[in-house]
Design a protein. Structure first.
Length: 697
């Protein structure tokens, strides 16, 4: 019953808050949904701790691939020979995700009690949060492709509802639509990948698919005809599946929805970016690692896309001014790291970074929410400064999150924050891959680590250090480049109401968040400090430990992990050196010489605009896809619908019908003898036909 409780408690909370929220009131809805999530989170740790520190998952049965505990909920679909059960699959990988999803979600629920206290639609918000959590739990406990797709689409729906929660804001509804549509592109590939897997492997359940894939070692890899070419079937399937991961996890080319997701309330940002939607793609590739291992080409594509994403997002994060957008691009970049690990075959390292990243990224987002709360919904970092004196607890929490994100630690020791252990293991794995692709990924990740350190400390310096900057009078004090740049968006309004008072008083009135918002930060801070050092041995230290811990739930490549542990010393120190350089550069440019950023922007306006405009991807997609689609839509609307259907066809038919009816009307004289005469003619015609048909004429 523990597994069923973990999965369905959030759904129960969502249904009660969603349908009965107005009846029972906001406060009971908040407490009910948050309480159920806390119970689910505690139970998740009850399942996970024996896996991590004990004898493994209680009740798990080995099936040749993994030690798995399966709990059947109901018979779901039965068509011909396909008998599909709704089964909750729990193994080590699932246990990790249950802890990540439920822990972060429970803390976000509690945090939201304080953050959303003034919102008149709180019960609906908490219902959406719990629904989002349930959808993600459905995804991570899936035992077959169709069940995974159900959860996959569920998190897409829930993200649409949450991003557009303040539906009276045009920017929020546009961001929600953008997230939904971009994800449909990836989901189209994901659906095709599922169809292809069923066609080639003959199974829709994971165990059957993995066993069928094992047989290819003796029978040889199959070939499939795709887009008029005969191609390696597993390569086609894995690339299509990865296309789904690219959309859900905001990888390069399908990343454009992620920064716009900041239009939702800050707790939503923390949930999407730390524990739920964006980690779905990483989880899916790790879950299907036995299939991806059959296609080296697909793994190379995963490495390349991941490395480009890590680098691209880090460059854009350098110049963003909205505190939430900086952290959003950080998420995009860190997801790139995870996919590099997956593509390198070091799946455990990718899952490790997913695990640690959840704690410090949720900490950073909720910390940013505390800053926004303190500054009366101000999000532009250029209008902050000196806040460490006003909100010292939030400052300390943000510092811990920044130390974890930038990977502060000492190589070769057990000293380090969470991100240090997981990020360095990925960089070492990328180097161990070797060849052009390995070198390409390694250097992009090292550069991304430098940029990550720079923009993370830039955020800290602009927000908490220096002197307060006034939005109305302080443009001269802005320490960022191009202060009055026309491209900059208006100051984001994190709540759907106007900022109270003028910006100059925001600093004077800044105050620490209430305890209901601070307590979740303390828990996440503990995870950001300890998650790396405590769990490093299970995820990456020794192959034997990794094998025992994961118990077959993911593929463990012995060679790549051994090679990663024996890389040269300079490789082990590369990320740390990059982190230090980034820290020093940010300190020099934003504390020591705050005039430098403006001079750099003035000297390189093209580069600055290129980064500020996010490599112009939105403009490019608008030109290539949006405008032609709108033109076609308008052409069909005005040309086909208005002119042809409503005009020529409808009007022409209308005239013909009118002519016929006017002629028929003339026959309706109203005289009885006319109708009697018509009836006699009809009877005569009928008799004539009957006689003729009978052969009497």
């Amino acid at each position: 019953m523990i597994i069923q409780a973990i999965v369905f408690l959030p759904l129960i909370g969502a249904l009660i808050a969603g349908f009965l929220g107005r009846t029972i009131g906001h406060r009971p809805s908040e407490f009910l949904t948050s309480g159920l999530l806390i119970i689910a989170a505690v139970l998740s740790w009850v399942v996970f701790i024996p896996v991590a520190f004990g004898d493994g998952l209680a009740g798990a049965v080995g099936d040749g691939h993994a030690a798995v505990l399966k709990v059947e909920v109901m018979r779901w679909i039965q068509v011909g020979d396909m008998d599909l059960r709704w089964t909750l699959r729990v193994d080590t990988l699932t246990a990790i995700m249950l802890v990540v999803v439920n822990t972060v979600s429970a803390l976000v629920h509690v945090y939201s009690i304080g953050y959303m206290s003034d919102d008149p639609h709180r019960s609906r918000f908490f219902a959406y949060l719990s629904l989002f959590t349930f959808a993600m739990l459905m995804l991570v406990t899936a035992d077959n492709f169709l069940q995974m797709f159900f959860g996959w689409e569920g998190v897409g729906l829930a993200s649409y509802l949450l991003i557009g929660f303040w539906y009276t804001k045009p920017s929020a509804t546009a961001a929600a639509m953008k997230a939904f549509i971009v994800n449909r592109v990836g989901d189209f590939g994901f659906a095709l990948g599922i169809f292809g897997a069923f066609l080639v492997l003959g199974h829709i359940d994971f165990d059957g698919a993995f066993h069928a894939a094992d047989e290819f070692s003796t029978t040889g890899l199959p070939v499939i005809r795709f887009l008029s070419w005969n191609l390696d079937a597993m390569t086609v399937i894995c690339l299509l599946l990865f296309m789904g991961a690219m959309g859900k996890s905001a990888q390069f080319l399908l990343h454009t929805w992620l920064p716009d997701a900041m239009e939702g309330p800050t707790p939503v940002s923390a949930l999407i970016h730390a524990a739920t939607m964006v980690t779905a793609g990483v989880f899916m590739v790790a879950r299907l690692s036995p299939l991806f291992e059959l296609s080296p080409f697909a793994l190379n594509v995963v490495i390349v896309i991941g490395a480009i994403t890590a680098f691209f997002a880090a460059t854009v994060g350098l110049v963003q001014n909205d505190i939430k957008r900086v952290i959003a691009y950080s998420t995009c970049s860190q997801l790139g790291y995870m996919f590099v690990a997956l593509g390198a075959g070091a799946y455990s390292a990718g899952v490790f970074h997913l695990f640690t990243h959840a704690f410090f990224k949720a900490l950073l987002f909720l910390g940013a929410g505390a800053v926004i709360h303190a500054m009366h919904h101000e999000q532009d970092m250029r209008n902050m400064g000196g806040l460490r004196k006003k909100i010292p607890i939030t400052y300390a929490m943000m510092m811990i999150g920044t130390l974890a994100l930038t990977g502060v630690g000492i190589p070769g020791t057990n000293f380090g924050f969470a991100g240090f252990f997981s990020k360095d293991s990925i960089i070492e794995s990328a180097y161990a891959v070797g060849g052009n692709i390995g070198s390409f990924a390694f250097w992009l990740l090292v550069i991304a680590a430098l940029f990550t350190s720079f923009y993370s400390w830039r955020l800290v310096h602009l927000t908490f250090h220096g002197s307060p900057r006034d939005a109305q009078h302080g443009h001269g004090h802005h320490v960022d480049a191009h202060d009055g740049d026309s491209h900059d968006e208006p100051l984001a309004d994190d709540h759907a109401h106007d900022v109270h008072g003028h910006h100059g008083s925001a600093y004077d009135n800044a105050h620490e968040a209430p305890n209901v918002m601070l307590v979740p930060l303390y828990v996440l801070a503990a995870g950001a400090v300890l998650a790396g050092v405590v769990f490093y041995g299970m995820f990456f230290h020794e192959v034997e430990h990794i094998e025992h811990f994961f118990a077959g739930s993911i593929f463990v490549d012995h060679e790549i992990i051994e090679a990663a542990h024996h890389v040269p010393l300079w490789v082990k120190w590369s990320a740390t050196v990059s982190m230090i350089i980034g820290f020093v550069a940010a300190w020099y440019m934003y504390i020591k010489r705050p005039d430098i950023p403006g001079k750099l922007a003035a000297a390189n306006p093209g580069l600055y605009q290129f980064l500020l405009n996010k490599w112009y991807f939105d403009e490019l997609y608008n030109t290539i896809f949006v405008r032609p689609a709108l033109w076609i839509g308008r052409a069909i609307w005005h040309g086909f619908d208005d002119w042809l259907v409503d005009g020529k066809i409808a009007e022409g038919l209308g005239r013909r019908v009118q002519n016929v009816t006017s002629w028929v009307v003339k026959l309706q004289s109203g005289y009885l003898y006319h109708y009697a005469f018509a009836m006699l003619i009809g009877i005569a015609a009928l008799l004539t036909w009957a006689i003729a048909a009978g052969g009497l004429i």
